[in-house]
Ligand binder design. Sequence first.
Ligand SMILES: [Zn+2]
Ligand SMILES: [Zn+2]
Length: 242
Amino acid sequence: MRYRSLYIHSIKNKFSKFLDLIYPPLCFNCKQKLTEKSILCEKCKNKLNFLDENICFICKKKSTYNGICEDCKRKFPFDGFVSIFKFNPVMQSMIHNFKYKEYQKIGKYLSSFLAKRLEQSKFIYTIDFVVPVPLHKVKRRERGFNQALIISRNLSKILQIDLLKDFVKRKKFTATQTNLSRAERKQNVAGAFCVKNKENVHGQNFLLVDDVFTTGSTISSITQELKNNGADKVFCATLARA
Ligand SMILES: [Zn+2]
Ligand SMILES: [Zn+2]
């Protein structure tokens, strides 16, 4: 069986090399031919804007402990936060413009950066479970997949931490957040989530994962729900920060 899967794997490899010859891989952002095995050309790679890891990932001001400063720690219920990229136009197109198959590659590529940064954090070795922020059914139907789940799968694999899929559920449909004020956003998602297996929460530490951090109202609401059910620590990680 193992030989057979190795054989299939090698055929797949040869086939994908053959495809690369006819259709050389293109940069996901500018569509130029790629010379090395990547998903971005050098020029676009240089446009990825890394967030400074020595200042608060939320307010971008003070020095931090677990990624957030004392002020932000008072404002948000989670115990730490790690992000990796500024949400600039390249990041926006990488995160929002792709279909499932393409996003799997993008997600793998971008998650590897996030995993590296998480490995440097003090808290990562205390995490019991990786949990993706759920997408509402209606939105999943529109988009076809949940980006947060793809990122979570990659992190779970690289960091060797168990993934809890469908662990947090959305209770009611929350209208799109885009045009709401900060207060309205908070109201919009408060109490919008529930935990499926409450008995698995008590005393555990979680890493909540999403694609972009904007106001933090969604991850705050989920963090609160986990803590109400006895979670010990909840940390958050996103690919980008708006
Ligand atoms: Zn490019
Ligand atoms: Zn701060």
